[in-house]
Design a protein around this ligand. Structure first.
Ligand SMILES: [Zn+2]
Length: 429
């Protein structure tokens, strides 16, 4: 058996066509004859949609350090099941990914797991401490070829350091991905600051703490002429600032998470910490603004902020619970459920694959499955209805906010360089 023939699949939702995957690439597309496909294993693509393999700009894989919550391998498997062929692994591990040694370790673990391409993100500052720049150049020159740097989980709040980081990465067209949170405005914060937090008596995380940093950073990016990426945009005000910055020609991109496209701060009323996340769930008008911004292109990409946590860190009182929720295995279903009508399949491919691949500098990813392209793709059944059962997720953690919830649209198969990582909706290994 050599290669895979996918029969009658709708590429980007278009007319049914055949795809022949061989030697890591799409060897033929359109009407593929029996002779050309000789020896290939056949998949019936009837009713399925083919998308370029998804690319996640924002994944926490927890290894090294918290292998009880997730490993590079378990997170890679969760990613493949979610339709991803590449993920950017955030630097807030233990030890922090702030040296060439640690980013190479993560990169190597990803390579060994072989389920998705794991692209390490390097820390901006030593130990995420916000005081000294990490060895950005050594990480860029390492085998991991780091191009994106982030202190995610923490904000690079010193404007002088942020400026220097932008200047440094400009030399090799790197990008600084900012977790926009003015820390002095979010001391002890537990949820979005607004009507619900006032009613519940929980300390608030005000929208202005995000917006103030984004406003500052787009001005710094303009001054330096470097690339800025804004992680998990969550407020309507942030959208206004990004729209202004883009009109001005500032080199800024932004991502939104599936949970900020779907859930609101009303979910905090049950005090279930599974809904505690940073930045926090906002209001319905923020959700509406984020959806519109994604359609308009003011927000460029959808990123999961997949944040696995061990049971003891999540199933406790709200105040003590760690912020964050699982995302990789549910992202596409949520996007299909909430945004397909507005974006179409091409728009989903743009915001979940092509654009994130471009932002992260992942040359092998973000290509439509056309002849000659790397065979990194996913097959989706847009009509399949499924219910999220936490115990069945591939992630080592269980902190999904969607337990028991049903979605339409499910990943059926994923291919990494022509090799299946998921078939019939199940991980191949
Ligand atoms: Zn973050």
């Amino acid at each position: 058996m050599t290669g895979w023939l996918i029969k009658g699949v709708r590429v980007l939702g278009g007319e049914p066509a055949d795809l022949l995957l061989r030697d890591g690439v799409v060897a033929a597309a359109g009407k593929v004859g029996t002779a050309a496909a000789k020896g290939a294993e056949v998949i019936d693509g009837d009713g399925l949609v083919a998308l370029p393999g998804l690319v996640d700009l924002h994944t926490h894989l927890r290894e090294p350090g918290r292998e009880d919550a997730e490993t590079v391998e378990s997170g890679s498997r969760a990613a493949a099941l979610g339709g991803y062929t590449a993920v950017c692994a955030m630097a807030n591990t233990a030890p922090v990914a702030d040296t060439a040694g640690v980013v190479e370790q993560v990169w190597r673990l990803g390579h060994e797991a072989g389920l998705v391409d794991v692209q390490p993100v390097g820390a901006v500052t030593v130990g995420l401490g916000g005081e000294r720049l990490a060895e950005l150049g050594a990480m860029a020159d390492s085998a991991a070829r780091v191009r994106m740097f982030s202190d995610d989980g923490h904000c690079v709040h010193d404007p002088r350091l942020m400026r220097r980081a932008l200047e440094y990465v400009k030399a090799f067209d790197g990008v600084i991905a900012q977790h926009a949170e003015e820390p002095r405005l979010t001391v002890d914060a537990q949820m979005h600051e607004g009507r619900v937090s006032a009613e519940l008596g929980l300390p608030g995380w005000p929208a202005v703490a995000e917006e103030a940093i984004i406003a500052r950073d787009v001005l710094l990016a303009e001054h330096v002429g470097a690339r800025l990426h804004v992680c998990h945009v969550s407020t309507a005000g942030s959208v206004e600032i990004l729209r202004w910055a883009k009109r001005r020609g500032i080199r800024v991109t932004a991502e939104v998470t599936p949970h900020h496209l779907l859930l609101t701060d009303e979910r905090a009323r049950g005090y279930d910490p599974v809904f505690k996340v940073n930045p926090p769930l906002r209001t319905q008008s923020d959700v509406d603004a984020l959806r519109a911004a994604l359609v308009e292109g003011v927000i460029d990409a959808i990123a999961t902020d997949h944040a696995p946590h061990a049971v003891q860190d999540k199933e406790c009182e709200w105040d003590y619970a760690r912020p964050g929720m699982l995302g990789l295995e549910t992202a596409l279903s949520i996007v299909v459920s909430t945004m397909l009508d507005a974006l179409g399949w091409d728009g989903i491919a743009e915001r979940m694959s092509r654009t994130p691949a471009r932002i992260a500098g992942l040359a092998d990813h973000g290509h439509d499955p056309v002849k000659g392209a790397p065979a990194n793709l996913t097959l989706v059944d847009p009509a399949a209805r499924w219910t999220v059962e936490p115990a069945l997720l591939a992630s080592r953690s269980r902190n999904t906010p969607y337990a028991g919830q049903s979605f339409t649209g499910k990943v059926v198969a994923t291919f990494l360089r022509g090799v299946p990582t998921v078939l019939d909706g199940k991980a191949v290994r």
